[in-house]
Design a protein around this ligand. Sequence first.
Ligand code: THU
Length: 134
Amino acid sequence: MLKREELVKKAFDGMKNAYAPYSKYHVGAAVELKDGTVFIGANVENASYGATNCAERSALFAAYSNGYRKSDVVALAIVSDGDRLCGPCGICRQVLSELIGNDVPIYLSNGTENKDTNMGELLPMQFTEEDVIR
Ligand code: THU
């Protein structure tokens, strides 16, 4: 497993690819898998603002698109160039709650401030696949 600062650095690499002409708020993410593979992601905006994809979903969708699943995810880093840490938005919390385990470490950083959290903490009382698949 990579050290916190190593995965955070990869998330900052992802942030360089942010396509954010509207908000000018740049976000990067990096997801580490059990076999050592790391996928980076960036926020990708659209003139139809609602079509924007957040960085953490970009990274996780890349991992899933390459065949990885929840049990493969060992850590996720989310970084931004904002003055405050970028806690995942509501849509991302719902998506992450299904795509990564509740105890998987999530490293937040903006270069000056750092915080470690997980989905159990970020989204209590989750609505999950178990509620839907009966
Ligand atoms: N954004 C993310 O990439 N992740 C989040 O969790 C919060 C918001 C992006 C979306 C948009 O491109 C920009 O930040 C401003 O909302």
